[in-house]
Design a binder for this molecule. Structure first.
Ligand code: AMP
Ligand code: MG
Length: 311
């Protein structure tokens, strides 16, 4: 199959509505989209990614009308979070409506919904006119794509089109908050921090059953975000071995052959996945990543680093 590259949200939407799978930019990472109401179209996403069928997809919407089609009920706390953070890098898990095919939610009674803020994503979703089911545009287990080129590297010849936009502004996936339970629960940390959520909903908690056999967020049980290279999280700079690459905020005592010194937490988050992919392309075997304090986006960054470091 030939994968079309286009800058036109209209052309990309036409391809999608004809049953194609289309990678598209958002402010978090690139998504791999299909019509959420069409089971056979959504099936193609799982095939292209090699995604386990029990890992649900996030539905992306352009309007509140679309959101209402997907969910059965919006609890008051979810309304407050929507008011504060939509459109933006927040996914809410809500009771799903009868219109949503099982394949999107992996049979769960809930659905994850997000309204991206990136203008090009909004234009694309509006042209589609239906909610778009989309996981991140990477082969299952690999670092998410934060540029059209990364989506191309993973999916050239495997999907119908890529909507070309800029590199992702945030670089880490959305924060996923379960609002189908009594207390809002963060299932995956992300660009909207716990501190920001608690300003709106002070009762928000972090999912703690990380080791439970049935995780609340099915995606959490899989190895994720991982490059081919071995990821080592470091906070002690005194006994470093200088093989491979380095990414972090601090300048190491000696330079690594390949390194990226980031200007702050936001820059670190934005650069991480592209750096992982670049190291793999260079055939590097080890990537040293500096650990960071777990506040603000640091919580999400450490979550991704730990998952990438897990063997
Ligand atoms: P991705 O889009 O590839 O970043 O993955 C979406 C993430 O959201 C995965 O970790 C999913 O397990 C999680 N997710 C999506 N829908 C739901 C849902 N209904 N309930 C719990 N977690 C969900
Ligand atoms: Mg993903």
């Amino acid at each position: 199959m030939e994968t079309k590259l286009t800058k036109s949200p209209r052309i990309a939407a036409q391809i999608l509505l004809n049953g194609g799978v289309v990678a598209f930019p958002t402010e978090t990472v690139y998504g791999l989209g299909a019509n959420a109401f069409d089971e056979t179209h959504v099936q193609k996403i799982f095939l292209a990614k090699g995604r386990p069928p029990d890992n649900p997809l996030i539905a992306h919407v352009a309007s509140f009308h679309e959101l209402e089609l997907l969910v059965r009920k919006i609890p008051p706390v979810a309304e407050r979070l929507i008011e504060a953070f939509f459109p933006g890098p927040l996914t809410l898990v809500l009771p799903r409506s009868k219109y949503v095919p099982d394949i999107v939610t992996a049979g769960l009674d809930t659905i994850g919904v997000r309204m991206p803020s990136l203008k090009l994503a909004q234009a694309f979703l509006k042209e589609c006119g239906v909610p778009i089911a989309a996981p991140s545009a990477n082969l299952s287990g690999k670092p998410s794509a934060t540029s059209w080129k990364a989506a191309w590297d993973d999916f050239n010849g495997k999907i119908e089109a890529i909507l070309k936009g800029d590199d992702s502004e945030l670089g880490l996936e959305s924060t996923v908050v379960d609002c189908s339970v009594k207390r809002p629960t963060v299932l995956r940390s992300g660009a909207i921090s716990l501190e920001e959520l608690r300003r709106i909903a002070p009762e928000t908690r972090l999912e703690i059953s990380r080791r439970a056999s049935i995780p609340k967020s099915p995606g959490m049980k899989y190895r994720h975000y991982a490059p081919e290279a071995e990821v080592k999280i470091i906070d002690d700079f005194s006994n470093l071995d200088y093989g491979g690459a380095y990414i972090g905020l601090r300048e190491p005592p000696q330079a690594f052959a390949h390194q990226r010194i980031c200007k702050g937490l936001g820059d670190y988050a934005r650069a991480l996945y592209a750096f992982f992919r670049e190291c793999d392309a260079r055939g590097l075997k080890t990537i040293h990543c500096q650990s960071v304090p777990e506040c603000g986006i640091g919580l999400a960054l450490m979550d991704r680093l730990r998952k990438a470091a897990k063997k």
